[in-house]
Write a protein that binds this ligand. Sequence first.
Ligand code: CA2
Length: 142
Amino acid sequence: MKTIAILNGPNLDRLGKREPEIYGKATLADLEAALRAEFAGRAELEFFQSNHEGELIDRIARLADARCAGLVINAGALTHTSVALRDALLGAHLPAVEVHISNIYKREEFRHTSLTAPACTAVITGLGLEGYHAAVRFLLKA
Ligand code: CA2
């Protein structure tokens, strides 16, 4: 069975607890349960959230070494700032889908630039948590 990793960056552990008008009411645990329910018996899902850039980079390198089938990444605000995360994704040579819960292009201008998107196969933005489901479906077909 394919292993797909779902990585979430800074502050996404706060999902469902703040700013529900932007990010919805579901928590990260709700998202994990929903993904596990949809892909039960079809994919091995590995979840990781960190508020620390280096931990995300270390995890991406480990996934590359383990020849994970693909990864879904919502790097949070690091999307807009992190050359190091971009380099980690480029170095991993893994199919990767960048997901944003909100539509980053409808928000402040500083969110319109993603440093990590060019290192990913595809980007999904603005579909809410459905974006993670769509990303896993895509990676399983890839
Ligand atoms: O829309 C997205 O998924 C973002 O990646 C979320 C990031 C933001 O910096 C990006 O521009 C777009 C913020 C993650 C913070 O998540 C929270 C969730 C609930 C409550 C507070 C923060």
